[in-house]
Write a protein that binds this ligand. Structure first.
Ligand code: SF4
Length: 446
C-alpha cells in the first residue's frame, strides 16, 4: 500500500516553500499527500516562532494532532520552533518522533530512515550556516502560478526583539546563476509570477557565505533576473530599511516586470525605540527612503510592519509611530503587539507596557491605518489593473480573484470562464479596506 504524508504549515512564505520542499522529498520516497492527518504515515508540522502566540499555537497543535494520528505513524516538527525550542518540543509536547531544524530539511529522508530504524526520537538542529539551498523542480511545486524562490537565507542584523538569526542562522546567498536558471524553468513551466524570498533580501551577495563565491549586489541580481528570466512578474520580500537603496529603485524603474510593491518594515517611528531595537536607522532616514519611493515615476505600493508596546515604549514614542505611519501612507501595514521571544536580547528586559495599553495603542494605530488604506485603495476606482487570475473568489463563487502587480487582492466579475494563471485587465469599480472589486475589461481569447 502507498504510504501517505500530511503537512501543516504555519507562518511566512519561507515556510510555505519549505513545506513544498519537504513534500517533494517525500514524494521522491514514494509517499502520496493526504489532507487527512488520521490516514497519514508521516505527519509534519512546519512551525513559526516569530511571535509568542504563533509558537504557543504550535504546541497546542502538537497535542491535538497526537490524538488524531494513526498507530505506527511518525510525527515530525520542522521550522523555527523545531530549531529554536527542540528540547521543549521533545520533552514538553511529547510523542514527537522527528525534529527537523531549519538547515536540516535536505536530510529529511535520512532522518526518517534513522527514526524507522530505532525506537528513539531523532533531531537535527545544527546550524552549519552553509550556502546550501534546497531545490525543487516546477513539477514538484504545490502552488500553481506563483512560485516562491529563496535567494538568501538567515540574518546578521540581530534586532533585539527577533528570533530569526537564532532559528534561520547567519546570512548566506544563493548563486545568481542557479536563481536565474530556476526562474527560467518556472517560466517554461507556465509560471507567471515569482516572489524572491529572504529574511533581508537587500543583504543578498554580502559577506563570505555566497554560493559559488559570486558577488552580485541585490540590485545587480534584480537587473539580471528582470532582463533574462522572461517572467512577466517578479516580486521580492523582505527589505531592510537600512540597506534599501536608490540602486534598487533605479533597476525597478527600468524593468516593468519588477512589480511595483515594496515591503519596508519600519517597526517604530521613535528614534529611542529604533535604537533599542537595534534597527540601524533613524525615523528621519526611513522617511527619506519613503520620500524617494513616493517621488518615483512608478506608483509603488508601500507596505510595512510596526511593533506596538516594545519594552519602554512611552505614549510619546507611540505618537512618533503614528506620525510616521501618517507620513508614509502605507498601502498595507502589519501591526504586532510586542511579545518577548526567549533567547533574544529584549527577552531579558522588563516588558513594562501593560497588555491593556498595548491593545489600546494597537487599536489606535489600526484605525489610523485603516483610514489611510481605504483612501489609498479608493484612488484605483476607474483605473484598469493587470491581475493574475488565481481562481474563484471565496466571497462569490461566480467571481474570480487574483493579485495586482502592486500586490492588492482584486476580486472581479467576468462574463466568460477564465483559466487560472493568466494575466488579465480588470477595470476597478469599487474599493474596500483590504481589497478592490472590478470587472474584466474586454474579452479574453486563447
Ligand atoms: S532584520 Fe528582520 S530578520 Fe533580521 S533580526 Fe531584524 S527583524 Fe529579524
Amino acid at each position: 500500500m502507498v504510504k501517505k504524508f500530511f503537512i501543516e504549515t504555519f507562518g511566512c512564505q519561507m515556510n510555505v516553500l519549505d513545506s513544498e520542499v519537504a513534500s517533494a522529498r517525500l514524494r521522491r520516497l514514494g509517499y502520496e499527500a493526504t489532507p487527512d492527518p488520521d490516514e497519514a504515515d508521516v505527519l509534519l508540522l512546519n512551525t513559526c516562532a516569530v511571535r509568542e502566540r504563533a509558537s504557543d499555537k504550535v504546541f497546542t497543535r502538537i497535542r491535538s494532532i497526537r490524538k488524531l494520528r494513526k498507530q505506527g505513524s511518525l510525527l515530525g516538527v520542522m521550522g523555527c520552533v523545531a530549531q529554536g525550542e527542540s528540547d521543549r518540543v521533545l520533552k514538553e509536547a511529547g510523542g514527537v518522533d522527528l525534529v527537523i531544524g531549519t538547515q536540516a530539511l535536505e536530510r529529511l529522508p535520512e532522518l526518517l530512515a534513522e527514526r524507522e530504524a530505532s525506537a528513539r526520537a531523532v533531531a537535527d538542529v545544527r546550524t552549519p550556516n552553509l550556502p546550501a539551498f534546497a531545490e525543487i523542480t516546477p513539477a514538484e511545486r504545490i502552488r500553481p502560478h506563483v512560485a516562491f524562490v529563496t535567494i538568501m537565507e538567515g540574518c546578521d542584523k540581530f534586532c533585539t526583539f527577533c528570533i530569526v538569526p537564532f532559528t534561520r542562522g547567519r546570512e548566506r546567498s544563493r548563486s545568481p546563476q542557479r536563481i536565474l536558471s530556476e526562474l527560467i524553468s518556472l517560466r517554461e513551466a507556465g509560471y507567471q509570477e515569482v516572489q524572491l524570498l529572504g529574511q533581508n533580501v537587500n543583504s543578498y551577495g554580502r559577506g563570505r557565505r555566497v554560493e559559488g563565491g559570486a558577488s552580485h549586489s541585490f540590485a545587480e541580481l534584480l537587473e539580471l533576473l528582470a532582463r533574462e528570466s522572461g517572467l512577466p512578474r517578479i516580486k521580492y520580500t523582505t527589505s531592510h530599511p537600512r540597506d534599501f537603496n536608490v540602486e534598487i529603485l533605479e533597476v525597478m524603474e527600468r524593468h516593468a516586470n519588477l512589480c511595483n510593491w515594496i515591503h519596508l518594515p519600519v517597526q517604530s517611528g521613535s528614534d529611542r525605540m529604533l535604537a533599542a531595537m537595534n534597527r540601524g536607522y533613524s525615523s528621519d532616514e526611513y522617511r527619506r527612503k519613503v520620500d524617494l519611493i513616493r517621488a518615483s515615476e512608478r506608483d509603488y505600493a508601500l507596505t510595512g510592519d510596526v511593533i506596538v508596546g516594545f519594552p519602554g515604549e512611552t505614549e510619546r514614542d507611540f505618537q512618533a509611530s503614528l506620525d510616521l505611519v501618517n507620513h508614509a501612507q502605507f498601502d498595507g501595514l502589519y501591526i504586532f503587539n510586542y511579545s518577548s521571544r526567549p533567547g533574544t536580547v529584549a527577552a531579558g528586559w522588563h516588558d513594562g507596557v501593560p497588555p491593556e495599553v498595548k491593545s489600546e495603542r494597537f487599536e489606535r494605530l489600526r484605525h489610523l491605518h485603516n483610514d489611510i488604506q481605504r483612501q489609498r485603495n479608493a484612488r484605483f476606482v476607474g483605473r484598469t489593473l493587470k491581475v493574475l487570475v488565481e481562481g474563484r473568489s471565496t466571497k462569490l463563487q461566480e467571481d474570480f480573484t487574483g493579485h495586482s502587480t502592486c500586490h492588492r487582492v482584486v476580486n472581479f466579475s467576468a462574463r466568460q470562464d477564465l483559466s487560472e494563471g493568466r494575466i488579465v485587465d480588470v477595470l476597478v469599480t469599487e474599493a474596500f479596506g483590504h481589497s478592490l472589486y472590478g470587472r474584466l475589461a474586454g474579452t479574453v481569447t486563447g
